[in-house]
Design a protein around this ligand. Structure first.
Ligand code: XMP
Length: 318
C-alpha cells in the first residue's frame, strides 16, 4: 500500500543510490511541487543540493522575500537571485501573449544557466515534475521545470540542460505530493497554495508590461487573495487572481473626473485546470474587495468579476 511515509523512505534511498555524492541543482518556484522535491532531496543529500530561486519580478507582492525566508527556515541550501530588471527589460514593448511567455522562459533559462555555471562540478538537475506533467505532452501547470521543457528545443541547449535528470515526484499525483509534503513537515499553508503560472503576473497584465503596472497588479492581487484568506474562502477556491486590463474607464473621485485602469477578478473551481467553473463568491465579499481595491490602489477606478467557465474561456486571460 502506498503511504507518504513509505514513499519518503524509499525515495530518499533511491535518490542516494542514484546521485551518490554528486552535486544537484534545482530551480525553486515557490510552488508545491518544486518545494516538496527540494525537501525530499535535501533529506537525501543535504547541502549537496543547490537550490536556486529566481525573482522574475512577476511574482505576487512580497512573495520573493517571504518565500525565500521560508525556504531558508526549512534548512534548504538556497540562493535567491533577484533578476526582476532583466525580465522587465526582456519584456519591454512586447504585447503578444506567446512572445511574452517566450521572453520570460528564455530570460529564466539565461539566469538559471548563469547561476548553475557558478557552481562547480554539478552533475544533476532535479525537477519537481509530477505524473500529470509526464503524461501531458505540454505541461500547463509547472513552474521553472515546465518553462525549461517547453523551450528546450529553441537554439542550443544551455549547459545546465546537459546535466542528468532526477525527478523524485514523477510517479505521483498532486494530492499525493501534498501528503508527502505534510509528512516532510512542510508548512500546510505552503502546501495549500493555489497554482500560479510560471510566467506569473506577466500573463495577467494584458498587453505590454511596465514596472508601474506590475506594482498596481501586485497591490490588487494582494487585497483579493488576503481577503479570500480572511473570509475563509481561500481553501474553497482552486485558483484565484486578478487581471490588469488594457482599458481605461471614466470615474469620479470627489469632484474630479478620473480616467483610470480596470481590473478583473477571477476565482475558479477545478480539479486539474483542464475545465473550470467560476466561483459564486458572496456578494458581500465582492463588495468589500471592490471598495478596498478602488480606495487603496492608486490608478484603478473599476473592478469587474469574471463569470466565464472553461471551456471556452481559459483560466488566464492570456
Ligand atoms: P488556462 O489559462 O490555460 O490555465 O486555462 C490552466 C492552468 O495553467 C496555468 N497556466 C500556466 N502555467 N505556464 C505555467 O506554468 C504558463 O504559461 C501557463 N498558462 C496557464 C494557469 O494558471 C492554470 O492553473
Amino acid at each position: 500500500d502506498w503511504t507518504p511515509d513509505s514513499f519518503v523512505e524509499e525515495t530518499v534511498e533511491a535518490i542516494q543510490a542514484k546521485v551518490g555524492g554528486d552535486k544537484v541543482v534545482l530551480g525553486l518556484s515557490g510552488g508545491v511541487d518544486s518545494t516538496v522535491a527540494a525537501v525530499l532531496l535535501n533529506k537525501a543529500i543535504g547541502d549537496n543540493l543547490y537550490c536556486i530561486f529566481v525573482n522574475n519580478g512577476l511574482l505576487r507582492k512580497n512573495e520573493f522575500e517571504s518565500v525565500l525566508k521560508q525556504y531558508e527556515g526549512m534548512g534548504l541550501n538556497v540562493k535567491g537571485v533577484d533578476a526582476s530588471d532583466r525580465f522587465l527589460l526582456a519584456l519591454k514593448g512586447l504585447e503578444d501573449p506567446e512572445l511574452k511567455r517566450k521572453a520570460i522562459g528564455n530570460a529564466f533559462i539565461e539566469v538559471f544557466d548563469d547561476e548553475a555555471h557558478k557552481l562547480e562540478d554539478v552533475k544533476w538537475l532535479a525537477q519537481g515534475t509530477i505524473y500529470p506533467d509526464v503524461i501531458e505532452s505540454v505541461s500547463a501547470t509547472g513552474g521553472p521545470s515546465a518553462t525549461i521543457k517547453s523551450h528546450h528545443n529553441v537554439g542550443g541547449l544551455p549547459d545546465f540542460m546537459k546535466l542528468k535528470i532526477v525527478e523524485p515526484l514523477r510517479a505521483i499525483f498532486k494530492d499525493e505530493v501534498r501528503r508527502v509534503g505534510a509528512t516532510l513537515g512542510i508548512d500546510p499553508e505552503l502546501l495549500g497554495r493555489h497554482p500560479f503560472p510560471g510566467p506569473g503576473l506577466g500573463i495577467r497584465i494584458l498587453g505590454d508590461i511596465t514596472a508601474e503596472k506590475v506594482r498596481i497588479l501586485q497591490e490588487v492581487d494582494a487585497i483579493f487573495i488576503n481577503g479570500l484568506k480572511s473570509w475563509g474562502l481561500y481553501d474553497k477556491v482552486w485558483q484565484a487572481g486578478a487581471m490588469l486590463l488594457p482599458v481605461n474607464s471614466v470615474g469620479v473621485m470627489g469632484d474630479e473626473r478620473t480616467y483610470e485602469k480596470c481590473v478583473a477578478l477571477r476565482a475558479v473551481e477545478s480539479t486539474d485546470g483542464m475545465t473550470a467553473d467560476w466561483v459564486n463568491l458572496p456578494y458581500e465579499f465582492l463588495q468589500k474587495t471592490s471598495n478596498d481595491i478602488i480606495n487603496k490602489v492608486k490608478g484603478v477606478n473599476r473592478v469587474v468579476y469574471d463569470i466565464s467557465s472553461k471551456p471556452p474561456a481559459t483560466i488566464e486571460w492570456e
